[in-house]
Design a protein around this ligand. Structure first.
Ligand SMILES: Cc1cc2nc3c(=O)[nH]c(=O)nc-3n(C[C@H](O)[C@H](O)[C@H](O)COP(=O)(O)O)c2cc1C
Length: 185
C-alpha cells in the first residue's frame, strides 16, 4: 500500500474477528517492531507475543479501564523496554509499537495501543501486574500492549480535511501557514 494511504487508513480497532493470525503474519509484525530505530542503537526494546486467550484475558485485567480491544483480540504484543540498557526506552518502545501498528494495517489487520505505563489495575500499577502475569524481570518497563487481529468493525480512514494545520508552526511558534504564505498572529 502507498505510505500516505496507509497513514490515512490506520485507525484504532477495538473489535476483532474470532480468527487466529498465522505464524507468518506474527513474524512480519515483530520484524517491523524490531527494525524500528532505537537510541544509540541500544536495541532496548523486547516483545512478548501472546496468542492464548486465557493469558490475553489476564492481561486485560492488568488495567482497570481502556482495555476493550483486548476482549476480542486474537493476538497481543506486549512492548517492553530494558531500563538498564536505555534511559529513553519509552521513546524506543513507542516507535517500535507504532511501526507494528502501521505494519498491521499494511497486512490488512487492525490494532489498538493499550497503554500500561502510568496506568493502574484495581490493585496496583498495570506494569507490575503485567510483569507478574508474564514473568518479566523488574528492570523492564512495560509500555503498552498492542491488541491485534482481523477487523470486525469499520472505522472510516482519515481524510485530508482531518489534518489540523493550526498545530503546525513555521519558523516561529506564533506563525502559521495561510494560502501558502506564512502569517503571524
Ligand atoms: C500513547 C497512547 C496510548 C493509548 N492508550 C489507549 C488505551 O489505553 N486504550 C485504547 O483503547 N486506546 C488507546 N490509544 C488509542 C487512542 O485512543 C487513539 O489512537 C486515538 O483516539 C486516535 O484514534 P485513531 O488511532 O483511530 O487515529 C492510545 C494511543 C496512544 C498513542
Amino acid at each position: 500500500m502507498e505510505f500516505d494511504l496507509l497513514i490515512m487508513k490506520r485507525r484504532s480497532i477495538r473489535k476483532f474477528k474470532d480468527e487466529k493470525l498465522s505464524k507468518e503474519q506474527i513474524q512480519e509484525l515483530v520484524n517491523a517492531g524490531l527494525l524500528a530505530p532505537t537510541s544509540k542503537n541500544n536495541k532496548a526494546v523486547e516483545l512478548i507475543v501472546v496468542d492464548d486467550m486465557d493469558t490475553i484475558n489476564k492481561l486485560k485485567d492488568c488495567r482497570n479501564m481502556g482495555t476493550v480491544g483486548l476482549q476480542s483480540a486474537s493476538c497481543a504484543i506486549v512492548v517492553i523496554g530494558d531500563s538498564e540498557k536505555s534511559d529513553v526506552w519509552v521513546e524506543d518502545a513507542s516507535i517500535s509499537a507504532s511501526y507494528m501498528q502501521l505494519r498491521a494495517e499494511d497486512l490488512g489487520l487492525g490494532s489498538v495501543w493499550i497503554q500500561m505505563r502510568n496506568r493502574v489495575s484495581e490493585i496496583e500499577s498495570s506494569e507490575n501486574e503485567v510483569r507478574k502475569v508474564l514473568n518479566i524481570p523488574e528492570k523492564y518497563g512495560v509500555l503498552c500492549i498492542l491488541a491485534i487481529g482481523y477487523k470486525d468493525e469499520n472505522i472510516e480512514p482519515y481524510k485530508k480535511d482531518d489534518v489540523d494545520e493550526s498545530r503546525v508552526h513555521f519558523g516561529k511558534y506564533d506563525s502559521y501557514l495561510c494560502n501558502e504564505n506564512v502569517k503571524y498572529r
